[in-house]
Design a protein around this ligand. Structure first.
Ligand SMILES: C[S@@+](CC[C@H](N)C(=O)[O-])C[C@H]1O[C@@H](n2cnc3c(N)ncnc32)[C@H](O)[C@@H]1O
Length: 336
């Protein structure tokens, strides 16, 4: 990769990127876009409705205008852009702010510990992967987590619905399903498919509610379990969506082996993740996601398609191939 070195602008822009990021996260937290979904508002009214003190309000809202996240009309009233109206109004089903809320509450502070984690090789503070239990004990945190997962999964699941030969299979179980976004998308697109999602028992109500909202309770059910202590349930297709990256190498391999054992002959395993490119040079998203695992787990890391191909081969899978699903995420598919 070559860059123009005539100016340090690119370096300084990366160094400052957190300010634009936090401006968006705070606007979501304070409900700016949801309040504006009711219609344009002047500075004073919008500040009052969102609890933003007058000193920072004008700069904050104009910064959102300059970032292209709000519009300001000739009469000075602020309004959502087409994009923020669609994706950041809490009352719309297209809302993606639950993911931003989680980033604001957890990840933003967590990344402040990057240097410390790089020095120690350990997560700073709580190990999030061994912390699923306590997080799920709090209903608000649990709901925020599972709907954040759905925001990330929906585009991947939509792509997977067309890029896998579902007509050759009848049953699917999504391992580590969270709210069940993946099985819902597949079952909606393929009426012959049934199965469900496997996850820790506290997620049963979140899963059942989501499946019911999509009128799929007759075809999809929740399989409660702990993949460290229980065998995986059987289906013709087993999916691991952004599950393997949470864990160390031994656990990744243990899960793939459990999937192999649970599948019938000719069954398929699908792993999807933000893959690192095989050369480990180009895909910053996959590499930054791996740093997130350093910050939040004791052994997790992201990986390349070639890495996962090797582990699946070792577990016994054949006809393994890697295929892009979205610009961000790809799948590795293997057959028993
Ligand atoms: C990063 S989330 C991925 C969720 C979903 N597959 C997706 O792509 O959006 C990891 C999931 O693994 C589940 N999980 C973690 N530990 C587990 C365990 N021991 N047994 C079963 N599921 C587990 C979590 O509850 C969570 O839903």
């Amino acid at each position: 990769m070559k860059f123009d070195i005539a100016s340090p602008d690119r370096i300084l822009e990366i160094g400052h990127a957190f300010r634009a990021c936090k401006t968006l996260l705070s606007a979501t937290e304070l409900g700016v876009f949801t309040v504006l979904a009711e219609g344009p508002l002047d500075l004073g009214t919008l500040g009052q409705r969102t609890g933003i003190n007058a000193r920072g309000a004008r700069d904050f809202l104009d910064a959102l205008v300059a970032l292209g996240l709000l519009a300001r009309h000739e009469d000075g009233r602020y309004a959502n852009s087409a994009e923020t109206a669609l994706y950041l109004d809490r009352n719309k089903p297209t809302y993606v702010g639950s993911l931003l809320e989680r980033i604001n509450d957890w990840d933003y502070g967590l990344w402040g510990s990057l240097s410390a984690s790089l020095r120690t090789g350990k997560p700073h503070g709580t190990d999030a992967t061994s912390n699923y239990g306590p997080r799920y004990a709090d209903q608000a945190l649990r709901d925020q987590f599972v709907s954040g997962m759905t925001v990330r999964t929906r585009p991947v699941a939509t792509a997977l619905a067309t890029k896998f030969p579902w007509t050759d299979y009848n049953t699917l179980i999504d391992i580590g399903t969270a709210q069940g976004c993946l099985p819902v998308q597949i079952a909606q697109a393929h009426p012959h498919m049934s199965g469900g999602g496997f996850d820790l028992p506290p997620l049963i109500s979140a899963f059942e509610r989501y499946v019911q909202q999509h009128c799929l309770s007759k075809r999809l059910r929740f399989y409660p379990g702990d993949f460290f202590n229980d065998p995986l349930p059987t289906a013709e297709v087993l999916v691991f969506g952004r599950v393997l990256h949470n864990w160390d190498l031994a656990t990744k391999k243990m899960l793939l082996k459990k999937a192999y054992d649970a599948l019938p002959p000719a069954g398929a395993a699908i792993v999807y993740e933000r893959l690192i490119d095989d050369e480990r040079r180009a895909n910053a998203t996959g590499l930054l996601s791996s740093l997130q695992m350093l910050l939040s787990s004791s052994g997790g890391f992201d990986f390349t398609g070639a890495d996962c191909t090797e582990w699946m081969h070792e577990a016994g899978f054949r006809d393994i191939r890697v295929e892009e699903l979205t610009t961000e995420q790809s799948m590795i598919l293997g057959i028993k």
